[in-house]
Design a protein around this ligand. Structure first.
Ligand SMILES: Nc1ncnc2c1ncn2[C@@H]1O[C@H](COP(=O)(O)OP(=O)(O)OP(=O)(O)O)[C@@H](O)[C@H]1O
Ligand SMILES: [Mg+2]
Length: 232
């Protein structure tokens, strides 16, 4: 059976222009990801993992190439639809959490849904359900500066989930966490993949996600040099 890919990238290229020099962040990569996959992106520092995730998230534009995600031709969207894409199609989790420091946990989680135009009451209820699922029910009114790294990352995951995106992108989400909290974040992403059907693309240096991943893409110097199916 031919299942259409949820992510379809063709010759994705990102050249950074630094004065007279060109740096190839991504040298032209072509790949497809099936819905429901859990993909780990591996590769040395500077191999292009963050560059690729920024393109998949619609946070950056390619120098060349095409990208379709969940039926959206990402780089032909106008600015308004690109914002909509970022809010509804992809949920993004970063190494450094990127929470807004002056908003509480609950407010940080609700914000993307409110910006997307969803009404407050059901948004708040949904945020409370996700935060409880993530073990954050006793931290709802804390500010990010009052959280541990693990708590901050679980808040960021709830924020990424609030608009129920089909795709979760995670850039070194365990990079600032101790082993136990890193493991917990990977288990959460694994559950979202297995039980909620989210497609996950996660960049990591660690082997921590190997047990839950279904596929591993290895990058070197901005190119995919290895593509393996894994048995989760
Ligand atoms: N804004 C930028 N301007 C210029 N060059 C950049 C920029 N961002 C990334 N690069 C270059 O692009 C290449 C890929 O960088 P990228 O951040 O994607 O690597 P990475 O695989 O995520 O590395 P790490 O594991 O250290 O996070 C590197 O050579 C990097 O120096
Ligand atoms: Mg990176």
């Amino acid at each position: 059976m031919d299942i259409s890919p949820i992510i379809d990238a063709e010759n994705l290229t990102r050249i950074y222009r630094l004065g007279a020099a060109d740096v190839a962040g991504l040298g032209g990569v072509t790949f497809r990801i099936a819905p429901g996959a859990f993909v780990v992106l591996k590769g040395n520092s500077g191999s292009g993992k963050s560059t690729l995730l920024a393109l998949l998230g619609g946070l950056d534009r390619p120098t060349q190439g095409r990208l379709r995600v969940a039926g959206f031709d990402v780089f032909s969207l106008n600015e308004k639809d690109l914002v909509r894409y970022r809010r509804r199609v992809v949920g993004i989790v970063f190494q450094s959490f990127n929470l807004l420091p002056t908003l509480t946990v609950l407010e940080n989680v609700c914000l993307p849904a409110l910006l997307a135009g969803f009404p407050l009451k059901p948004t708040r209820e949904k945020a409370l359900r996700w935060l409880e699922w993530l073990g954050m029910q006793d931290r709802l009114h804390h500010l990010p500066g009052e959280l541990s790294g693990g708590e901050a990352q679980r808040t960021a995951i709830a924020r990424a989930l609030i608009n129920e995106p089909p795709v979760i992108l995670a850039d070194e989400p365990t990079g600032n966490l101790d082993t136990r909290n890193g493991q917990r974040v990977v288990e959460i992403l694994g559950t979202l993949n297995r039980d909620y059907g989210c497609t996950v693309v996660m960049a990591t240096h660690a082997t921590v996600a190997d047990a839950v991943a279904t596929r591993q893409l290895c990058l070197r110097d901005g190119l995919i040099v290895d593509d393996q199916c894994l048995q989760p």
